[in-house]
Design a protein around this ligand. Structure first.
Ligand SMILES: *[C@@H]1O[C@H](CO)[C@@H](O)[C@H](O)[C@H]1NC(C)=O
Ligand SMILES: *[C@@H]1O[C@H](CO)[C@@H](O)[C@H](O)[C@H]1NC(C)=O
Ligand SMILES: *[C@@H]1O[C@H](CO)[C@@H](O)[C@H](O)[C@H]1NC(C)=O
Ligand SMILES: *[C@@H]1O[C@H](CO)[C@@H](O)[C@H](O)[C@H]1NC(C)=O
Ligand SMILES: *[C@@H]1O[C@H](CO)[C@@H](O)[C@H](O)[C@H]1NC(C)=O
Ligand SMILES: *[C@@H]1O[C@H](CO)[C@@H](O)[C@H](O)[C@H]1NC(C)=O
Length: 760
């Protein structure tokens, strides 16, 4: 990989409508010398972008000045020397101004932003300050600084809160600067000495960056299978659990084992962005502080076992002991207090009271594992009581002597309002169970919200056995597919229970369920959007279009699918049989990682599995023969997987490959020793040695499509074979159990069955 530093005007997005930064960056070239990645490592004006036609001037006296289009001064090096000679960008990424005797008069390494490059020093007191968001370089909410006794990371709030501390040096040593060297971050106590603290980082690391989300990451070059890529990993902070970072779930979000949720009933908090659980929560009614103090209309949302990130590292600032009530009162008395955390030991009535003035994310602590338990009291604003003001109106009116009339009128209005409310509630059975909805589950949308996102279900992306898929767009422009289920076999409760199970599934090779809607008769599922769509668009050659995956991607796709299925069959709590594995149900993300979609739907729609088989019967061509005899095991998925593997290797649909059925074709080709005919044409132009891999994969496919389902391998065995851990599938297996089954097999692939379920 070829890597070069440069400097110039930099912007995010095209066109650069938000403005430009004067920046240094590195450009990564691939083997064909095309730039494929560009990362900014320093900028002069991170808080103030300049517009088109801004000017950067280097004066004769060695001052570098940045002015905006209208001539206003944005930034300057403030240097002036009679003997200025040159400016240069060094190999290290340092931008330097030199005088004629070769002395440095200014360098960008002295003004770190959020990144520390190799060779760059961070002196005591200097900070790396995170960006505010991935594409906004303004100074954000977290910083890393070097103290006399080691690194520390803080939230940039008032007061600042510590969330990480590096190991300390031997006692008595005062640190002076940190330098990012080849394979570690070394912290020195004096110039020229040996390092006092040594924090290892991965090999071939390029830089260290405090990211906008409070994570410190090291960027390093990874060489995998001859391809280079950039990798971002936490360097030495593995000890911090995800939930112990300040903001894994946005402000006011509660983090439970890495999952985010908003707490309290609907009256307290709502998600900032329903489609993004990590975006945090906002109070329904904002907190107000009146000038006079006194009663502010504040009360607390009490959350048992909820704690705050600062406790992990900040034992130095323990407050005094207090009782629960004292703790609450302390927070109520100071209007800027946003929450009180009461930390106590079981069966002790007093504990430590922490008042917080800024709320980042909170986390659920496990009372069994931790010494201390914690209760969070989160301050919320009471809703203004409308009834109260109505009373005021009534009392004023009574002066005129019409009190009785008004009371009658009021009683009538409120009564009719109540009964209307009741009717609405009855129509929408179960709406209030929202409160009990446990943490970390897919978000619940109303029908109206989804109608809004999909523009009235305007764009249909496809339809299949279970219903239709529509394109939805959120307010931030991101896409979500919305699947409307035609038939809903369950009532609200059963449906939710199933959604709950599916929503817990979080696997790299399974499409994530982001939300759902169960309102009246509507049953809808909201999935993550995957940029490259379904696999069938990428593997078949006959349409002559450009999307034809190369061998490397194909074999990776097969492994990805196998991993996803292994999870469904063998690793998740309740075994999930897919029943409809086919290329249309495999989706690809922007990096061509394959993910299995639509898993669990069979169970969502049909109550029990024998019903699934009679009702839907999978897709012809992919369906295992034993399903016709109601033999239901996960081996049915293995069969479909095998068919799909052959399709991926051959680039042809199974029904194009053979009239008589794929299995008999495979048997004939194996007997002739000409399996090679099945590999897609053009593979020989790609790389040498991959033909053998292709044949191997065909054999794996053949093991999966055996008639006798007991002989088909488990998915985890397939994964091991694909990873090269075992080589059990080198032989050709006996495909057919006997001739009677063979005739069954043929009818399975005939076109008569295709009425049962079309492709999506
Ligand atoms: C970046 O964030 C700051 C602070 O929220 C805001 O004032 C500024 O407009 C943002 N800049 C861009 C380019 O969005
Ligand atoms: C920048 O300068 C060019 C050439 O003078 C001019 O065509 C263009 O309109 C200017 N752009 C802006 C935003 O002023
Ligand atoms: C240069 O001087 C200006 C005005 O005194 C000041 O605002 C700015 O921060 C200085 N810039 C640097 C890089 O020190
Ligand atoms: C870092 O590695 C380079 C090349 O491998 C070597 O020349 C240099 O001395 C090393 N620097 C340190 C501080 O170890
Ligand atoms: C509330 O607490 C903050 C932080 O401790 C303090 O600065 C402020 O003076 C307090 N306000 C009142 C009214 O006591
Ligand atoms: C706490 O009190 C309860 C009831 O008095 C008792 O059963 C329990 O053992 C106590 N737990 C501890 C840890 O002392």
């Amino acid at each position: 990989m070829n890597l070069q530093f440069g400097c110039g005007f930099f912007c995010y997005g095209s066109p650069c409508d938000t403005g430009y930064l004067f920046a240094t960056f590195f450009v990564v070239h691939d083997t064909d010398d095309r730039p494929f990645d560009m990362q900014m490592v320093w900028s002069s004006n991170r808080d103030q972008m300049v517009q088109e036609n801004a000017t950067l001037t280097l004066t004769f006296t060695g001052e570098l000045v940045l002015r905006n289009l209208d001539g206003t001064l944005v930034w300057s090096t403030n240097t002036s020397t009679p003997a200025f000679q040159r400016m240069s960008i060094e190999e290290s990424g340092n931008l330097v101004l030199y005088n004629s005797s070769g002395r440095v008069i200014w360098q960008s390494f002295d003004y770190p932003t959020d990144t520390l490059l190799r060779g760059q020093k961070l002196k005591v007191g200097q900070k790396l300050t995170a960006n505010i968001s991935p594409k906004n370089t303004s100074q954000g909410r977290f910083y890393l600084t070097l103290l006399h006794d080691g690194f520390a990371m803080f939230t940039a709030s008032a007061p600042a809160k510590i969330y990480f501390r590096s190991p300390k040096p031997r006692t008595g040593v005062e640190l002076s600067y940190a330098q990012f060297d080849n394979q570690s971050i070394n912290i020195y106590s004096e110039e020229g000495g040996s390092p006092s603290v040594n924090l290892p980082v991965p090999k071939s690391s390029l830089y260290n960056k405090l990211d906008w989300d409070a994570h410190l990451r090291v960027c390093s070059v990874q060489e995998t299978e001859g391809r280079s890529s950039l990798d971002y990993v936490p360097p030495f902070l593995k000890s911090i659990a995800e939930c112990d970072y300040p903001r894994p779930c946005g402000d006011y979000g509660v983090c439970t084992n890495g999952q985010c949720s908003c707490q309290g009933d609907d009256d307290a908090f709502k998600p900032t962005d329903v489609s993004e659980p990590k975006s945090g929560c906002i109070p329904r009614v904002p907190l107000v502080c009146s000038q006079t103090g006194g009663s502010q209309g504040h009360h607390f949302l009490e959350l048992e076992h909820v704690s705050y990130f600062t406790y992990v590292f900040d034992n130095s600032s323990m407050p005094g002991l207090a009782s629960r009530d004292e703790c609450k009162t302390l927070c109520l008395e100071n209007c800027s207090c946003k929450a009180a955390f009461f930390r106590y030991r079981t069966n002790f009535s007093s504990g430590y009271c922490y008042l917080e003035f800024n709320i980042y994310s909170m986390n659920t602590n496990n009372p069994v594992e931790t010494y201390y338990n914690s209760t969070a009291y989160i301050k919320i604003q009471s809703r203004a009581k409308r009834i109260k003001s109505l009373f005021v109106v009534i009392i004023c009116a009574s002066v005129g002597g019409t009190i009785a009339l008004f009371i009658l009128l009021w009683a009538w209005i409120s009564n009719s309002r109540k009964s209307r409310h009741k009717i609405e509630k009855d129509e929408d059975e179960g709406e209030d169970d929202h409160v009990d909805w446990p943490a970390g589950l897919p978000l619940r949308f109303s029908f109206e919200e989804l109608q809004d996102f999909t523009n009235g279900f305007g764009i249909k992306l496809g339809s299949g056995g279970f219903g239709s898929v529509y394109e939805g767009v959120l307010s931030d422009g991101s896409k979500i597919p919305v699947k409307c289920l035609d038939r809903a076999g369950h009532g609200q409760k059963g449906f939710r229970a199933e959604v709950e199970t599916l929503g817990k599934i979080d696997h790299l090779n399974l499409v994530r369920l982001k939300g759902f809607c169960a309102q009246k008769s509507h049953r809808m599922l909201v999935y993550e959007h995957l940029a490259n769509g379904s696999l069938d668009k990428w593997i078949f050659s006959n349409k002559g279009h450009q999307c034809f995956l190369d061998w490397k991607s194909r074999s990776k796709v097969v492994l990805d699918i196998a991993r996803g299925l292994t999870y469904l069959h063998e690793e998740c709590q309740e075994r999930i049989i897919h029943f409809d594995i086919k290329p249309q149900n495999i989706l690809l993300d922007q990096n061509f990682n394959a993910k299995v979609s639509d898993f669990g739907l069979a169970k969502l729609v049909y109550r029990d599995q024998s019903e699934v088989i009679t009702m839907m019967r999978g897709t012809p061509g992919y369906m295992a023969p034993e399903l016709l005899n109601m033999r239901i095991t996960e081996k049915a998925d293995i069969f479909s997987f095998g068919v799909m593997v052959i399709e991926i290797v051959s680039g042809k649909r199974s029904r194009e490959l053979s009239e008589d059925g794929l299995v008999s074709l495979l048997q004939v080709k194996a007997a002739e020793g000409s399996l090679i005919d099945l590999v897609y044409p053009g593979i020989e132009n790609e790389e040498t040695g991959i033909m053998e891999e292709a044949i191997k994969l065909i054999k794996v496919g053949m093991w999966c499509v055996q008639d006798n389902f007991r002989r088909r391998p488990a998915m985890s065995t397939v994964v091991k074979a694909l990873e090269g851990v075992i080589d059990t599938f080198n032989d050709v297996p006996p495909l057919l159990a006997g001739s009677t089954v063979a005739s069954n097999q043929q009818s399975l692939f005939s076109s008569e069955l295709s009425v049962l379920s079309g492709p999506r």
